[in-house]
Design a protein around this ligand. Structure first.
Ligand code: PBG
Length: 308
């Protein structure tokens, strides 16, 4: 009766990994219980999670190696795997809120979120590419684009690009305070997208910084974001709270692959009670200030909330 924080299925965004082929289901070794699925099996899964009360998915695709280059042009191929996935989900479950990851890393031969020039990330050229990518997602029917690239000025450019093409109803969930984190390791295994050289510290944030998170977030709000995000979540609960206090739009937090893997691994060893760890983690993230939580545990959490 006096609990201040409660979780509901509608709090969750389920990240899903999509691969080419039919009837394909690869379990991701560092994320047991998470799969890269072909489109047919993805649709089955999306129908199931909708029936459980989960209202949103965030799509990540595995790009074939032969389609990767340094321009990222497969990212705006109208018949690309991402575009086909958006259409198929909106056809199968029209009310599902479909979000898409906007960043070049799955498409980049270098595994970087942007175009590489002389060993550095070319910010402005990357932003132009991200605009083309986002418009192609909008044409395919996306509800909310989720730019995770951390280039400067991209929210304003994406908003202007969408408006110019009359996609006035497409929302933007900006990864605003995204830290350069080791906790993304398992995700990069899932998509084979680890950086080929260097790291992402020239565009993602230094985990030593707090004020910078607020500055980045306020810039994204100013530029037209509808939802802002803090990522990762558990090691950044202070940031979630500060962001929550600083903005008047919804705040999301991404409980990332490494946070998932830690709980799974400890539970497998018998060192942690997995179900309790899931609920404590997600409740803490919400208590810190997250209105929405992107988490690979979305299905488990709903099952637990239903007492199953
Ligand atoms: C791509 C992207 C990453 C994640 C979400 N979008 C990886 C990265 O920035 O290297 C990580 C998600 C996770 O670890 O669960 N820009």
């Amino acid at each position: 009766m006096v609990a201040e924080t409660t979780l509901t299925p509608a709090d969750f965004i389920l990240p899903i990994f999509v691969d080419e082929g039919t009837n394909v289901e690869h379990e991701i070794p560092s994320m047991p219980g998470q799969y890269r699925r072909s489109l047919d099996l993805t649709i089955k899964e999306v129908k199931e999670i909708w029936s459980m009360g989960i209202k949103s998915v965030d799509i990540f695709i595995k790009c074939s190696d032969n389609l990767k280059d340094n321009t990222g042009k497969e990212a705006w191929n109208p018949d690309g795997l991402m575009q086909r996935t958006i259409k198929a989900i909106k056809d199968a479950v029209p009310e599902m809120v479909v979000m898409t990851d906007v960043a070049l890393d799955p498409y980049s031969i270098y595994g970087h979120d942007g175009i590489v020039k002389d060993g550095e990330i070319a910010n402005d050229e990357t932003v132009e590419a991200l605009v083309k990518m986002s418009i192609s997602h909008a044409e395919a029917g996306v509800d909310i684009i989720a730019p995770s690239d951390m280039m400067d000025g991209r929210i304003a450019a994406l908003r202007a690009g969408l408006e110019e093409h009359n996609f006035t109803k497409v929302g933007i969930m900006a990864y605003s305070a995204k830290y350069a984190s080791c906790f993304y390791g398992p995700f990069r295994d899932a998509l084979d997208s680890a950086p080929g050289f260097g790291d992402k510290k020239t565009y993602q944030m230094d985990y030593a910084n707090r004020r910078e998170a607020i500055k980045e977030t306020l810039m994204d709000v100013e530029e037209g974001a509808d939802i802002v995000m803090v990522k990762p979540a558990m090691a950044y609960l202070d940031i979630i709270r500060e962001v929550k206090n600083a903005v008047d739009i919804p705040v999301s937090a991404y409980h990332v692959s490494g946070e998932y893997a830690m709980i799974k691994a400890a539970a497998k060893m018998g060192w942690l009670d997995e179900n309790k760890a899931i609920l404590e983690s997600l409740t803490s993230i919400k208590r810190a200030g997250a209105d929405l939580i992107a988490t690979y545990f979305a299905k488990d959490a709903v099952r637990l909330l239903n007492g199953l």
